[in-house]
Design a protein around this ligand. Structure first.
Ligand code: ADP
Length: 165
């Protein structure tokens, strides 16, 4: 049902997981164009992967989706959205724990830009436990994250944190 709606999917994607890909793939079926925005200046903490790597992982994993664009940004999400003519911000919601933060962000963004709507998509049940920080924690201690991230990301983790034999 490709329509002429452009939606922004913002995140730090440090790194992208199969949970993010699932939301983006489902969003790409519902909206005409998705702009995946990779935050270039995370306010919360220093990322493990550089902006170049985070962007490249996403580009490779999403290459098969014709209506998905990956771009970095370091401004307000609503400004980034306006630049692309987007009228929606699409976010994934995993659990109640995501809700409080996302609820506040959605309302702050509404205050800044009442014309831009935030839309939430529920995480698929098999991904509802999955987070970039969880993946990093497992990988740091030599655990297997192969099913949780795209192949290229798993390869990079294997280089950074060789598995114990
Ligand atoms: P994280 O919260 O894992 O560090 P990001 O900051 O990159 O990830 O999050 C970007 C968006 O992706 C957020 O809206 C977040 O709720 C969503 N998201 C993250 N992991 C998943 C998942 N496993 N399933 C669905 N949505 C997710």
């Amino acid at each position: 049902m490709p329509n002429n709606v452009t939606a922004i999917v913002p995140g730090s994607f440090d790194p992208v997981t199969v949970g993010h890909i699932d939301i983006i793939a489902r969003g790409a079926r519902e909206f005409g164009r998705l702009i995946v925005g990779v935050v270039d200046m995370p306010v919360r903490k220093q990322p493990l992967f550089t902006i170049d790597e985070r962007e490249a992982f996403l580009r490779e994993a999403l290459a098969k989706y014709d209506n998905v664009v990956v771009e970095r940004f370091n401004e307000l999400v609503v400004e980034f959205a306006r630049k692309w003519g987007a009228t929606l911000i699409l976010k994934g919601l995993r659990a109640i724990s995501d809700f409080e933060y996302e609820f506040a962000m959605a309302n702050l963004n509404r205050k800044l830009a009442p014309d831009i709507e935030t839309v939430f998509m529920m995480a698929s049940p098999e991904h509802s436990f999955l987070s970039s920080s969880g993946v990093k924690e497992i990988a740091t201690f030599g655990g297997s994250i192969d099913d949780l991230v795209p192949d290229r990301v798993a390869q990079r983790f294997a280089e950074l944190f060789p598995r114990k034999a």
